[in-house]
Unconditional design. Structure first.
Length: 151
């Protein structure tokens, strides 16, 4: 569950960067970026697989170039349901998802290198918040590692 929140946060931050870089993509506020990240996840998880399957012959003929159109269409569809998130014009439609992919990969890589999930989980345990049964936290805080090594 924590991974979902970290991924959503990374996508929201990436959308804010896309707003700065790509003309034709507009994000009004950070809450709109969070909603847009969730909307993108829903569209990419439900509608995109169907579109990819239906467009497979065209994608094959164009040597994969049509997948840019499918990505742009999903990006645009996500913008229709979120107030404060707009995709207009060809540049936003085509280059928005490309830049989003690069920036999101960079941010998620940064989060993974710095063990953001473990730090968030460690902060929760210090506040007395317990993990749900069945969930695991693999990273221990430095304090917990020191205490375990002394025992």
């Amino acid at each position: 569950m924590l991974g979902f929140f970290v991924t959503t946060l990374a996508t929201a931050l990436s959308l804010l960067v896309v707003d700065l870089i790509v003309p034709g993509v507009g994000i009004a506020t950070f809450p709109a970026a969070l909603l847009a990240a969730v909307s993108l996840g829903v569209v990419n998880g439900s509608i995109k697989p169907v579109l990819k399957l239906l467009s497979l012959p065209v994608t094959f003929i164009t040597l994969g170039a049509f997948s840019l159109v499918v990505n742009g269409l999903c990006f645009w569809l996500a913008s229709l349901v979120v107030p404060g998130f707009a995709v207009t014009g060809f540049l936003g439609f085509i280059f928005g998802p490309i830049v989003l992919s690069f920036v999101s990969t960079f941010i998620l890589g940064y989060f993974a290198r710095n063990d953001v999930e473990g730090k968030i989980a460690g902060a929760g345990s210090k506040l007395g918040l317990n993990q749900a049964e069945g969930d695991r936290i693999e990273a221990a805080t430095e304090t917990e590692k020191l205490e375990a090594s002394k025992s």
